[in-house]
Design a protein around this ligand. Structure first.
Ligand code: AMP
Length: 304
């Protein structure tokens, strides 16, 4: 596996790949990689000729009081994990490489998508995500970019960015990988004490209860309010618990046929956790719930 730290060298590698008519799959990450990330690498490796992973903790997507300085990092373990997954190239740039003094490119703005849900509690976060993704996608210019449904708002936003600015690029949303206790895998889970970890389990439980209740009760407001209260009772501090349209993230009060996102963010101690289910309701009323996959049920052994 090649490791690149320079934009120019990575761009040359990517151009070489394209000129040989090979398909290029890209997985952007912030490192401290876990099996959730590996599930994306494995798809990129299986479905593309060349798979590239980036590890870059993007400062512009962190607020002034957020965890940029203490965000967990372990590049040696990340390199090993990427090698095991069969990744062809790892991009591990410095901040100056991504944002040189000369870098003044303004990313597109999508206020309707960036100021709701997590955007209400993390002002500027998604503008930083758009900025770094715009930069990375322009350098790599992949055929496919693999992203997790774990960060659903981010996924839907980058799908919009791609539609408008990278029309040949396919953004592929991949299922959430969950720990044995169904807590969604996240680099930030290392912040949780054992007691907090216990409390974090209630997030999946409440998402499941609400999603199941949709099968019988299509009045969503009471269900969402009850779920929020249950999270509080479990010792979490919920920021939102919402049902929104996957098309434009607008809140939904009634469930009929369509594509929805049932999503929540909650503070567990000082750690902010997010989680969601994708819910599809067909015209005949049949409901499909994508809860993601438990690590124990994954077909591929992702521990290498
Ligand atoms: P991050 O390193 O947290 O920025 O995540 C990099 C990519 O991995 C994003 O597309 C995330 O949505 C995805 N990802 C993170 N955690 C998971 C998970 N538990 N399951 C699936 N994808 C994930």
């Amino acid at each position: 596996m090649e490791v690149f730290t320079s934009v120019a060298e990575l761009a040359e590698f990517c151009n070489g790949t394209r000129s040989n008519s090979l398909t290029l799959g890209f997985v952007p990450t912030m490192g401290f990689l876990h099996d959730g990330h590996s599930s994306l690498f494995e798809r990129a490796v299986a479905e593309c000729d060349v798979a590239i992973v980036s590890v870059f903790v993007n400062p512009t997507q962190f607020g002034p009081n957020e965890d940029l300085d203490r965000y967990p990092r372990d590049i040696d373990a990340d390199i090993e994990r990427c090698k095991k997954a069969g990744v062809n190239a790892l991009f591990y740039p410095s901040i100056d490489e991504i944002y040189p003094d000369s870098y003044a490119h303004k990313a597109p703005q999508y206020p309707q998508l960036t100021t709701v849900l997590c955007g209400q509690f993390r002002p500027g976060h998604f503008d930083g995500v758009l900025q770094v993704m715009n930069r990375l996608l322009s350098i790599v210019n992949p055929d496919r970019c693999y992203m997790g449904r774990k960060d659903a708002q981010q996924l839907l936003l980058i799908q919009r960015l791609a539609k408008d600015y990278f029309p040949k690029l396919e953004i592929i949303g991949c299922p959430i990988i969950r720990e044995e206790d169904n807590v969604a895998m996240s680099s930030r889970n290392v912040y949780l004490s054992p007691q907090e970890r216990e409390k974090a389990r209630s997030i999946y439980i409440e998402l499941s209860k609400v999603a199941e209740a949709f099968k019988l009760n299509t009045e969503v407001e009471t269900l969402l309010d009850n779920a929020k209260r249950s999270l509080q009772k479990a010792g979490l501090e919920p920021q939102y618990f919402e049902l929104v349209s996957r098309d434009n993230l607008s809140p939904q009060k009634v469930i009929s046929d369509g594509e929805y996102l049932l999503c929540t963010a909650a503070l567990c101690g000082t750690t902010r956790l997010i989680d969601n289910f994708f819910i599809d309701v067909k015209a005949d009323g049949e409901i499909f719930i994508d809860r993601g996959r438990n690590i124990n049920q994954c077909a591929v052994n992702m521990h290498g």
